[in-house]
Design a protein around this ligand. Structure first.
Ligand code: SF4
Ligand code: SF4
Length: 250
């Protein structure tokens, strides 16, 4: 059973932890995530917040929430597992890239240079977690009417979300044309652009169950470090030797 929530909202503590981490020498910070499955209610708020934050097109989802039914009828229930990129310590996706377009940064996050990526998708095949997607340049409003001035019309929607540039890796990436991520591999990057301005990743702040915990593993006083010490902790596919930096609490 999950422990009861502390009197202070965990987000407040995580923001304090984040401020401490950002004040440190960046080379001494190691970002990690812990996902408490006992607190996840399967609302998919994190998945939606991530799509919105990173302006992801159809078919590109950085943080799906996987679902399965467990038990034997009539004693069945659903179990939910949010699955971002594991930011592996030993990432198979990096080793296979023929143009070194993807690598581990100094804080332990696996990043992609969209300007270098040639879209070969070797990394998609190499990732044992299915954490990478190809950007085929789609638009959610494609099947909707080509009408202006209507809320559901494609032109009206294009003035908002569909035209917005993705804010990833310290740049803005337009959704179409030259300089867009179309054709590239894309994946969760722990919201690098939000961390840079003192904000937690969008999946963390949107989680209504406070099931997603984020912070600096090198800070012994941080909430994330406390959670990593839980007897309920485990990682996915440890037998693969990938050493994920995303931990789960059973
Ligand atoms: S799709 Fe891009 S990042 Fe992935 S292996 Fe190919 S070039 Fe490298
Ligand atoms: S989860 Fe997949 S994409 Fe993420 S670092 Fe590991 S191998 Fe690479």
């Amino acid at each position: 059973m999950s422990p009861s929530l502390p009197s202070e909202d965990p987000l407040v503590r995580m923001h304090r932890d984040l401020a401490r981490a950002l004040a440190k020498d960046p080379d001494k910070v190691k970002w990690v995530m812990v996902i408490d499955l006992a607190r996840c209610i399967g609302c998919h708020a994190c998945a939606v917040a991530c799509v919105s934050e990173n302006k992801l097109p159809p078919g590109v989802v950085y943080r799906p929430v996987m679902e399965e039914e467990i038990g034997v009828y009539p004693n069945v229930r659903r179990r939910f597992l949010p699955r971002p990129c594991m930011q592996c310590e030993n990432p198979p996706c990096v080793a296979v890239c023929p143009v070194t377009a993807t690598w581990k940064n100094k804080q332990g996050v696996t990043v992609i240079d969209y300007d270098r990526c040639i879209g070969c998708r070797y990394c998609l095949t190499a990732c044992p977690y299915g954490a990478r997607c190809s950007d085929f340049g789609g638009f959610y409003t494609k099947p909707t009417a080509e009408l202006d001035g209507l809320i559901l019309g494609r032109k009206a929607a294009a003035k908002g979300y569909e035209d917005a540039a993705a804010p990833e890796y310290g740049k803005t990436w337009p959704p179409r044309g030259h300089g867009s991520p179309i054709g590239n591999a894309r994946k969760c990057h722990f919201c690098q652009h939000r961390l840079a301005v003192g904000q937690l990743p969008s999946c963390v702040t949107s989680c209504i169950g406070r099931a997603t915990i984020f912070g600096d593993a090198n800070d012994p006083a941080s909430y994330v470090r406390e959670c990593m010490g839980s007897p309920r902790v485990f990682r996915l596919k440890e037998e693969q030797g990938t050493k994920p930096n995303v931990y789960y609490l059973a």
